[in-house]
Design a protein around this ligand. Structure first.
Ligand SMILES: Cc1ncc(COP(=O)(O)O)c(C=O)c1O
Length: 455
């Protein structure tokens, strides 16, 4: 059996050298935590459609697709053209411009909760702004989030992301900031109800409507419905963090797909067509806290100040408009979702053939690989794996431990963590090649894996 780890190293001398140089420039040699990889990450230099290439000439089927931003795949012609034309006309006017208006109108048209829109530079900025809007609107201090849910890296968002959930994922955050975050497990309506009833300082609840980490710990739509009812009953605002699900779950995001309208929505990624950009949108009465008033007194004391050099910049706006025009048609979703289903089915068949315990789950254009013993194997087939406690799921997943991502890279497949997202450019041939790569990787790791328990 070929040694995939050795192959990975042998075929990537330039990536290895660049990484060694990078160690002297960046902490751990990387510019995004997700790229931290033993023995070293790949250095990409070109991408097109569903594929990308590294500096050593290796080709990959890409399941990061710009960390989810590229539903249309790399280099979509109308997006490239829009960016090129706009770059020539100016990248920053330091003035209002028509493109921001057109972009904002498209967000309003597509996203049901979007009565008003505000652009920012990233998803992290969007969730930070949404939380602040809720605190300002309600005159309360706290935000409730769910254990495992990811909302970026600002001081409030680092609470309750990874087990143990009472310890933030970052140092350097003031204890008083963390005390303003309430963290409870998802999918427990009674606990949510009790928490909101007992703590009257909670301004809002924020959730990834797919469930934590783009559905790696799924929540059911029925919980989202309950969440909407409970927050309304307790007069607490609801934020859907649609940084990933926005424009991907459906052209109108998860809220459109499930028919549940939050008070505020945060967006980024697909919003800006693969360029930097974020947005908060929602109820006009809440968003109006950003509004200037008629008096100096109002403007100094009664609003949220919001500068930001790259808010609604023309380049991101041009790319965003071009991308959303394609998103709007719904065709990218049909294609990416169909390929997602084919991929999950094929990878599950590989696990069964190889008699290795685990499952490949997810819905729509997402997939997650769980390797190890599932408590309730049957439920894997329905998109909700194992005991849906989250902690168990993350801790017991052996995919990273047995080096699945590196082995898949050696076979020409770039996963995002232990799974990935698809674009409309992924083809049946890509999927079949990915399944073949997974078969090789599973054969390589099989000796380290438990076999399924007899039922
Ligand atoms: C649900 C969610 N919220 C917020 C963010 C932060 O977005 P950004 O990386 O643009 O700051 C992310 C990033 O992946 C995300 O997945």
């Amino acid at each position: 059996m070929p040694d995939l780890d050795q192959e990975y190293v042998q075929k990537r001398p330039t990536s290895r050298r660049l990484y060694q140089e990078a160690l002297e420039v960046f902490p751990s040699g990387i510019t995004h935590d997700n790229r931290y990889l033993t023995p070293f990450p790949i250095y990409a230099c070109r991408a097109q459609g569903s594929h990308k290439w590294d500096v050593d000439g290796n080709e990959y089927i890409d399941y990061l697709v710009g960390h989810g931003a590229l539903l249309l795949g790399h280099g979509y012609p109308t997006v490239v053209q829009a960016v090129q034309e706009q770059a020539a006309k100016g990248t920053h006017y330091g003035a209002c411009q028509e493109l921001e208006l057109e972009w904002g109108k498209m967000v309003k048209k597509l996203i049901p909760s979007a009565e008003r829109v505000k652009f920012l530079s990233s998803g992290t900025e969007a969730t930070m702004m949404a939380m602040r809007l809720c605190r300002a609107f309600t005159s309360r201090n706290k935000v409730l989030k769910f254990a495992g849910h990811f909302h970026g890296w600002h001081d409030y968002a680092v609470a309750g992301v990874e087990p143990p959930y009472n310890v933030p994922v970052s140092l350097g955050v003031p204890a008083t900031t963390l005390q303003s975050m309430a963290v409870i497990p998802p999918s427990d309506p009674e606990l949510l109800e009790e928490t909101l009833a007992s703590d009257k300082d909670i301004a809002c609840v924020i959730i990834e409507p797919s469930g934590a980490h783009w559905g790696s710990i799924p929540v059911l739509p029925s919980f989202l419905t309950e969440l909407r009812d409970i927050t309304r009953r307790h007069d607490v605002l609801l934020i859907f963090d649609e940084v990933i699900t926005g424009f991907r779950h459906s052209p109108g995001g998860a809220q459109k797909l499930y028919g549940i309208t939050p008070d505020l929505t945060t967006m980024a990624k697909i919003l800006a067509g693969g360029l930097p950009g974020g947005a908060v949108a929602g109820r006009a009465d809440i968003m109006d806290i950003l509004r200037f008033g008629d008096t100096p007194e109002h403007n100094r004391y009664r609003r949220i100040a919001h500068p930001g050099t790259y808010n609604g910049n023309p380049l991101s706006a041009a790319a965003g408009i071009a991308a959303l025009k394609v998103v709007e048609m719904g065709e990218p979703h049909d294609r990416a979702n169909a390929m997602g289903r084919r991929l999950r089915d094929g990878m599950n068949a590989v696990l069964q053939e190889a008699d290795v315990e685990g499952c490949v789950y997810g819905e729509l254009s997402y997939f997650h690989v769980f390797l190890g013993q599932c408590e309730h194997r049957d439920s894997c087939d329905h998109g909700v794996p194992c005991e849906n406690t989250g902690t168990l799921l993350n801790v017991n997943n052996m995919a990273a431990k047995v080096g699945l991502p590196v082995k898949m890279l050696a076979r020409g497949v770039h996963l995002m963590g232990n799974g990935g997202m698809l674009s409309m450019m992924h083809t049946e041939a890509d999927i079949d090649q990915t399944i073949a790569a997974f078969r090789d990787a599973i054969q390589a790791i099989k000796p380290q894996m438990p076999t399924p328990r007899a039922v």
